[in-house]
Write a protein that binds this ligand. Structure first.
Ligand code: KMH
Ligand code: ZN
Length: 278
């Protein structure tokens, strides 16, 4: 049994700054939060950025600046979201790769997303997959529903392995419209994974955050936490920072004898080159 990859998803595209002023939406806030999360045990940061009015954006200049700042100030694996918000056009989402992250998200199918639709048609998946391989960016396959496991299998069977040769998937459970955030659904998803998959993590949205974390740990999976997914720390207590979510995940992982992986150990897990020591 290996250690635990703890991914932090600090911002997302759905939470409003006005409702949650502690949400890191400026570059300074994001970098400070990422540093605190690394100190607490995170190995990878899943990044959505905001504009000057704190609205979700995929502005390429801002994305490049964000990747550069996170690389300079932290050791974390930097993963840019290609999911963006439900309102982002597909071509803008593909262009995220031009910001040259180490990793990108790649969602394996369209799913209802509350009252909206998160669009990921098959041709978009294929183009993103092939562009990521050409750009030497390692995709993390996001699975919001069990049908998306079949689409992942089709992608790997017809297009081969991603750059780096490893296949890491992340179950995003508990989205209204996707698979429920339950141990039963997670077991079904893990049992259906194609044999090419080398590691998996899971997160549960909202009140499913803790049960899914416990189920993932008990099944040998890795963890994703963060304010993109969950804004309530405990009954009646709003999350104060992403770092406290990471710290709790790290404590649970330690108790399960699977301590947090360092960022360079995460690079090994994902098939990313490990930078030479300075
Ligand atoms: N914001 C959601 C519509 C991803 O980052 O790739 C999509 C999402 C997935 O968050
Ligand atoms: Zn995301």
């Amino acid at each position: 049994m290996t250690g635990t990859l703890i991914t932090v998803a600090p911002t997302g595209a759905e939470v409003a700054k006005d409702d949650h002023p502690q949400l890191p939406t400026t570059l300074d806030e994001l970098v400070a939060e990422a540093k605190a999360c690394q100190a607490a045990g995170a190995g990878l940061v899943h990044v959505h950025i905001r504009d000057a009015e704190h609205r979700p954006t995929l502005d390429l200049g801002r994305l490049r600046e964000t990747v550069a700042a996170l690389r300079a100030e932290t050791d974390l694996v930097v993963q840019l979201s290609t999911g963006g918000s439900v309102h982002d056009p597909l071509d803008t989402r593909l262009a995220v790769l031009d910001a040259a992250p180490e990793s990108c998200s790649l969602t394996c199918g369209t799913v209802n997303f509350g009252d909206d639709v998160f669009l990921n048609p098959w041709p978009f998946m294929v183009e993103l997959y092939e562009r990521a391989r050409d750009a030497q960016v390692v995709p993390e396959f996001e699975l919001f529903d069990l049908g998306q496991v079949a689409a992942l299998r089709r992608l790997l069977d017809t297009r081969g392995l991603p750059w780096g040769g490893k296949v890491h998937v992340d179950f995003v459970t508990g989205v209204p419209g996707g698979m429920p955030g339950t141990a039963q659904a997670l077991v079904a998803g893990v049992q259906a994974l194609p044999e090419q998959v080398t590691s998996w993590s899971a997160t549960g949205i909202g009140r499913t955050h803790l049960p899914v974390m416990a189920a993932a740990l008990s099944m040998g999976g890795h963890l994703r936490v963060g304010m993109e997914d969950n804004l309530v720390y405990a009954r009646g207590r709003v999350v104060a920072s992403n770092a406290e979510l990471v710290a709790r995940a790290a404590r649970l992982a330690e108790e399960m004898q699977r301590p947090p992986l360092t960022p360079d150990e995460v690079r090994g897990l994902l098939g990313l080159p490990v930078p030479a020591a300075a």
